[in-house]
Design a protein around this ligand. Structure first.
Ligand code: H79
Length: 589
């Protein structure tokens, strides 16, 4: 039985993965959506958790179902506002934790058609969103404070089955009765503690059968299509799609707060900029009043946001990507096609500089239509001249510089320190060997939790070894150039020949954690960064017999924006003078 189930899941997951890029296409370009929290709690105006947080008994809460009489046409107002604000999709709470269903459901009488409103509020919303050309999302809380099995399902199997049937019934109706639904936004999956208990695979497989193009969020205890950081903006790792959901004034459900407690226009634009630079979306909430009208603070601010967006359409929406290899303390980078955009939120004045950029800048101008700017690019410093003294956009407090590069830019920061890339000449001299000039470099291997867990490998292992020589200018092995910004373990190996039995000091500067092996024995591991320009700070005394040995370094590319190693041998201090002329291990070609 278990085997059959897991096979089913594999097939399901494969299908999800296979269609994901296609299904996500519109969503990745949409950037900005409207979240709408609206329910019985809106009448109380003390947060959508009011029933729970104030322990309002059901007998006192349920009458809210009859006293709710929202104005007709309010969904059109939301849709018009979303459109004006530059939002491309909407997500409405079809059922929040309180358990009240805003649609015409057969699963419970506790719904908007049979009680107070006497209307299908989901139906009205879907129609209004579609009319405005917006994508349609439905929020559904798995947790349910009204359903009699909503809590005891955790401890009573019959209750669990009833509750899961109810849940599946609700979701089926939402996915069947309203035409094309673009997003299913699950929330809180308390109290069941596994996707098996929720029967999430089966439920979501049903959803996808009914809605082949749908996107499902990650809150049914399965990762599905996108991550949902809540009240913080944290980009997902790698290429995983993500959407930050944010309140406007600290409460999802309608709550009156002083105007200063609402997000300012600038703050909303900042969120949008940070989401854009992280390749994610912003789902910004409004909590309409019980009559369905939108709080004037939200209307006013969203309207201004939309006006601002009109001038930035090209670089907010569409195929905008992260530019993960570039950083600055003054703002964020994005790219679109061949162009790079620096969103400068801390305006430096007439000159804007970037350090350690490799890649030739061809042209720069102030977005959207400034004249071409003068630039100087020398050694590791790139300066853009002739910018306005003050930030050109007083609304967002951000100026965008559009750039094109001849070759794709990356930054090599040397251990994060601002220092000239000097050769470590202090190590040169009679008792110190020249640096090891070339290494065998493996293909990037799987990431490990800590560099001291890096498995032993040998040069005979089939890891696509290739030769990499140190850079002429610095004598460093530029590991960064090999792996770009990817995370993983890179192996650097050499066969060396010791000229006699003895102890040699192995100086190693490394910008990133590493582990060292001799003949498959671990002799050293350090997760820290030792500036390669200061290799004397880090050494290992290696005892070797005369003859050949394999020297292997596991280099943790994730340990920083690391860029390389410097390695050489030396005769330890106490042993100097034993021999007239020091002899060092040499690399066997
Ligand atoms: O709808 C909005 C919020 O009401 C809802 N998500 C957004 C989009 C939300 N707010 N807070 N939470 C969810 C936090 C959830 C806390 C929980 Fe628990 C922790 C739910 C389950 C574990 C506390 C412990 C409440 C139930 C068990």
């Amino acid at each position: 039985m278990a085997t059959i189930q897991s096979t089913d899941h594999t097939a399901y997951l494969a299908r999800v993965a296979q269609t994901q890029a296609r299904r996500l296409r519109w969503w990745r370009e949409a950037r900005f959506g409207m979240f709408i929290h609206w329910g019985l709690y809106s009448q109380l105006g003390r947060n959508e958790w009011v029933m729970n947080l104030e322990r309002i008994p059901l007998s006192a809460y349920e009458p809210l179902a009859d006293s709710w009489h929202p104005q007709p046409g309010c969904a059109r107002e939301w849709a018009a506002l979303a459109k004006h604000a530059g939002m491309k999709y909407m997500v409405l709470t079809a059922k929040h934790h309180e358990g009240y269903c805003l649609w015409d459901t057969q699963q419970t009488d506790y719904n908007a058609v049979r009680r107070g409103p006497g209307r299908d509020l989901v139906g009205e919303y879907v129609e209004a969103a579609r009319e405005a050309g917006l994508r349609v999302g439905l929020y559904y809380s798995l947790m349910d404070w009204h359903h009699p099995d909503g809590a005891r399902c955790a401890t009573d199997e019959a209750a669990r089955q009833r509750f899961v049937d109810f849940t599946r019934g609700c979701v089926r109706e939402l996915m069947t009765n309203y035409g094309k639904i673009d997003i299913l936004w699950y929330d809180v999956s308390w109290p069941l503690t596994s996707p098996e208990a929720w029967e999430s695979y089966q439920m979501n497989a049903m959803v996808r059968k009914l809605q082949p193009d749908i996107l499902i969020n990650d809150r049914s205890q399965l990762p599905e299509d996108f991550g949902t950081p809540e009240e913080h903006i944290t980009p997902a790792a790698g290429a995983r799609a993500w959407e930050a959901c944010m309140t406007f004034n600290g409460s999802w459900g309608f709550q009156q707060t002083p105007p200063t407690d609402w997000l300012s226009v600038r703050k909303v634009l900042e969120m949008l900029r940070i989401c854009t630079a992280g390749g994610g979306n912003l789902l910004l909430n409004i909590g309409p009043l019980p009559d369905g009208s939108v709080p004037p603070e939200a209307v006013e601010r969203l309207t201004a946001v939309g006006q601002w967006l009109d001038s930035y359409v090209e670089i907010i929406y569409g195929a905008v990507d992260r530019a993960p290899s570039l950083v600055s303390a003054l703002g964020n980078w994005t790219c679109k096609g061949k162009r790079l955009y620096f969103w400068c939120s801390r305006w430096p004045g007439e000159e804007l500089a970037f350090g350690a950029v490799q890649g030739k800048l061809a042209a720069a101008r102030l977005y959207p239509n400034g004249p071409e700017l003068n630039v100087t690019q020398k050694a590791d410093r790139l300066v853009i001249h002739g910018l306005p003294a003050q930030c050109p956009d007083p609304v967002a407090g951000v100026g965008v510089v559009e750039m094109t590069f001849r070759t794709p830019p990356v930054q090599y920061f040397n251990a994060g320190l601002v220092m000239p890339l000097v050769k470590p000449v202090d190590l040169r001299g009679k008792w110190v060997s020249p640096p090891i000039r070339s290494w065998q470099v493996s293909a990037l291997q799987a990431k490990v939790a800590a560099v001291d867990d890096a498995p032993v490998v040998s040069l005979t292992a089939p890891l696509d070894w290739h030769t990499l020589a140190i850079e002429k200018e610095t004598d460093f092995l530029n590991v960064y150039a090999e792996y770009g910004a990817q995370d993983g373990i890179l192996y650097l190996g050499n066969t060396i020949e010791a000229p006699r039995d003895g102890v040699w000091r192995f100086y190693l500067g490394y910008d990133g954690g590493c582990r060292v092996f001799i003949d498959g024995q671990s002799v050293f591991a350090d997760p820290e960064v030792i500036n390669p320009a200061l290799p004397g700070r880090s050494f290992i005394d290696l005892t070797m017999t005369a003859g050949r040995h394999e020297l292997m370094i596991a280099f943790d590319t994730a340990a920083g924006r690391g860029w390389g190693i410097y390695a050489c041998f030396a005769i330890p201090r106490g042993q100097r003078g034993i021999e007239k002329k020091p002899v060092f291990p040499r690399v066997v070609k």
